[in-house]
Design a protein around this ligand. Structure first.
Ligand code: PHE
Length: 350
């Protein structure tokens, strides 16, 4: 077979091979095999020297044409394969913006905190400050400084969790009274504070008692503070939380740290006083304890009880939330069951 035929055959078979290549690797290997230094075409060109002088220009021209043609076809094929690879990559990496996003379940403010925040807003609006106290306190602060001496029988009602001989989980937010009253500078104006937080008692848990619950302590001390101020304040509070048409009732009561002491009832939101299951057929629901701060408490906090007087109240937001939403068991609040908690959506929270 002469060189010309060999060249033509190589051209023919190479064209088919180029056409059939379907990866960039394949086409590159083919390029090296055909046009590389040790490639098939190069090998044939080396045989040019054995040709007759007259044949050389003709075969040389043909060889050049074949080389140019193959080079061009390989370049084209490469471009085609590169474009194809790019298209595939683009297709794979497309983001389908029509896919729905992942739904995250958003939490919300706990219903008891909602009630506490509502109370905080109300009292801030009336010029009170919010000060929170520690949950671990000495029994001296929790009891003695609020006029409950060592052997006082009132301690029995608030049996608690002692950490050691002198420290306990506070049984009442009233434990904040001594330090707050003691720290107040009366030259700066009256003392008006609310102190919300957790309290603990060794109660046996039932539908209306939990060993851990919440209280909001209110404390007001100044010259000429009277029972009328206390009554007016609690009336505003009750109506704000339970509705403007609620009536408020004060009953005499006893707390060691207030004198006189009262317990406060609101007319039942459910039956408006007619009597129903929720108010135990009395028409009234007890919401808090309060009274005029006992002079002993003021004196122990270095406040002159002949010049200053004040009132204090302790209200239970858990109780308020139960009443407000008709929840019949306090334990629901603390079991962390989302089906229960998610019912209490606030405005502004999705
Ligand atoms: N500390 C009392 C209790 O827990 C409530 C109370 C507070 C009463 C302030 C009077 C004044 O029962």
């Amino acid at each position: 077979m002469d060189l010309k035929t060999k060249l033509e055959e190589l051209a023919e078979s190479s064209m088919t091979a180029i056409k059939n290549s379907d990866t960039l690797d394949e086409i590159e290997t083919l390029r090296v095999q055909l046009l590389g230094k040790k490639g098939a075409l190069t090998d044939l060109l080396k045989m040019m020297k054995d040709l007759e002088a007259s044949e050389r220009p003709v075969v040389g021209k043909l060889a050049n044409e074949i080389r140019d043609d193959l080079t061009e076809r390989i370049t084209d094929k490469k471009e085609e394969l590169e474009q194809q690879a790019l298209n595939e990559q683009l297709k794979e990496e497309t983001i389908d913006v029509t896919l729905p996003g992942r739904q995250y379940k958003k939490g919300q403010t706990h219903v008891i905190h909602q009630v506490m925040e509502e109370m905080e807003d109300l009292f801030l609006g009336m010029g009170y400050k919010i000060i929170s106290g520690s949950e671990i306190v000495s029994d001296y602060l929790n009891f003695e400084r609020v006029n409950v001496p060592q052997d006082h029988p009132a301690r029995d009602m608030q049996d608690s969790f002692y950490i050691n001989d002198h420290y306990l989980l506070r049984t009442q937010t009233s434990a904040v009274q001594p330090l707050i009253i003691e720290a107040h500078d009366f030259s700066q104006g009256p003392l008006k504070v609310i102190s919300p937080g957790k309290v603990y008692r060794r109660d046996s848990d039932d539908a209306t008692h939990s060993h851990q619950f919440h209280q909001i302590e209110g404390i007001v001390v100044d010259e000429n503070i009277t029972m009328a101020d206390l009554m007016g304040t609690l009336e505003v509070m009750s109506k704000e939380i339970f509705g403007a048409d609620r009536r408020v009732r004060f009953r005499p009561s006893y707390f060691p740290f207030t004198e006189p002491s009262v317990e406060v009832d609101v007319s039942c939101f459910n039956c408006d006083g007619a009597g129903c299951r929720i108010c135990k057929h009395s028409g009234w629901i007890e919401i808090l304890g309060a009274g005029m701060i006992h002079p002993n408490v003021l004196e122990m906090s270095h406040v002159d009880s002949t010049k200053y007087s004040g009132f204090a109240f302790g209200v239970g937001p858990d109780r308020m939330a139960m009443l407000k939403y008709g929840v019949d068991d306090i334990r629901h609040f603390f079991l962390n069951d989302q089906r229960f908690l998610s019912q209490f959506h606030q405005k502004g929270e999705e």
